[in-house]
Design a protein around this ligand. Structure first.
Ligand SMILES: [Zn+2]
Ligand SMILES: [Zn+2]
Length: 172
């Protein structure tokens, strides 16, 4: 993933705003992480970076849309993304001792990898269990047909072994 370095010493105490619309960064990162998602609309980020003694406060908003496969029927659908965030990134020490640190010290100067922060927010904005629609009917376990498109007519009750104990249950 490409780094987007921000020199914290160049930023005044009241912070600085960054507008981020470089789509190449997202494409490259999606490929690097092998994520099966494409962007339906350009992903944009408005970010304010505030330097702190031992790191930086990063707050902003990420918005756009991604094409994701539905977790139930695996059909691709468009997921709108709109994420507000505020994170504190602590410095990882000289030369970036901590591999994960987004704020590293280079020759006594703190710099922030804004790319890593944005990428993390993008991943967090993705739904954990993406669904093409709230009540997606999913795939038929018998014929594999997408039940959102057509009723396949396979009998549903009857053959699920998990339901067998309940089959002769009488509810009075
Ligand atoms: Zn679905
Ligand atoms: Zn079926």
């Amino acid at each position: 993933m490409s780094k987007i370095w921000v020199e914290l010493a160049d930023i005044p105490a009241e912070g600085r705003e960054f507008s981020f619309a470089d789509q190449g960064f997202w494409k490259e990162s999606l490929e690097a992480f092998g994520l099966r998602a494409v962007l339906a609309r350009p992903l944009t980020a408005e970010v304010t970076v505030l330097p702190q003694d031992n790191g930086a406060l990063v707050r902003g908003r990420l918005s756009g849309a991604a094409i994701l496969p539905c977790g139930r029927c695996s059909e691709d659908f468009e997921q709108a993304l709109d994420e507000e965030f505020e994170v504190f990134e602590e410095t990882g020490g000289e030369g970036g001792a901590a591999e994960e640190a987004r704020v590293v010290s280079e020759g006594g100067q703190l710099r922030l990898d804004l790319g890593a922060v944005l990428w993390e927010q993008f991943v967090l904005a993705l739904p954990e269990n993406p669904l093409c629609q709230e009540d997606c009917k999913g795939l038929c376990p018998k014929c594999g047909g997408n039940r959102n498109f057509r009723e396949c007519g396979c009998s549903e009750a009857g053959d699920d072994p998990r339901l067998a104990p309940f089959r002769n249950l009488k509810i009075s």
